[in-house]
Design a protein around this ligand. Structure first.
Ligand code: ZN
Length: 226
């Protein structure tokens, strides 16, 4: 399989079938797992910390993906990803469930040195997190096939070693509460993706690193940093 360039990116299921939803924005939450907040010495937010990657951040997690060069460390952040199927504007928690197409895994690639510099200056994070290709993403599992999305394990191995391991039950803000919260500020559209935060274990990726990404009970993908 060839690396999919963004212009060719489409959402797809685990069998590679294209999902008929237009790739949209990627809404991310920062600091949704306590252990990760501690590893970066951040404060626990009293409201979810949100940021957005553009649709051009999406690339298929396939045999390999690119990371930026000469911009300092590029960190892995493995995250449970949600594919939105219906518009959500100012909805309550109960209205969220039937608007979810399914679940996958994504890497919220982060230029950590750039981000640290932006944070120090009080600037937005887009240069560190929203670059083209900053969201390599798996195929999606139909939501009806996941009995309890709020109790699903996932992991990232780098060169055979477990680097990140998480379970959605450890989220500070649950999936449905997160989508409801986002929808109070701006509309989620069909084809948008929501990333739900990363567990601890972020660290620099290097060219030629072999990654193994697993959604426990559903799929394992292997890929390489180009
Ligand atoms: Zn993240």
């Amino acid at each position: 399989m060839q690396v999919t360039s963004n212009s060719a990116y489409r959402h797809h299921d685990l069998d590679g079938n294209v999902i008929d939803l237009p790739p949209g924005k990627v809404v991310c939450i920062g600091r949704n797992y306590l252990m990760h907040i501690h590893e970066l010495n951040n404060a626990v937010p009293d409201k979810p910390l949100l940021f957005i990657k553009p649709s051009t951040s999406l690339v298929t997690l396939s045999e390999s993906f690119d990371i930026p060069v000469n911009l300092g460390e590029c960190h892995n952040e493995i995250e449970l990803a949600i594919l939105v199927a219906k518009p959500l504007t100012k909805v309550n928690v109960e209205q969220v469930s039937d608007a979810i197409w399914g679940y996958g895994l994504a890497l919220d690639l982060t230029l950590r040195d750039v981000q640290d510099s932006l944070k120090r200056q009080g600037h937005p994070w887009e240069r560190a997190k929203a670059f083209d290709g900053s969201c390599p993403i798996s195929g999606f599992v139909l939501q009806s096939n996941i009995k309890d999305p709020q109790n699903v394990g996932f992991s990232l191995k780098v060169n055979g070693q477990v680097r990140q391991q998480g379970n959605s039950k450890d989220m500070l803000v649950s999936i449905n509460a997160l989508l409801s919260e986002i929808s109070q500020s701006f509309t989620l559209l069909p084809g948008d993706v929501v990333l739900t935060g990363t567990p601890k274990g972020v660290g620099p990726l290097l060219v030629k690193d072999r990654l193994e990404i697993e959604l426990k009970g559903f799929f394992t993908l292997t890929t390489e940093v180009k």
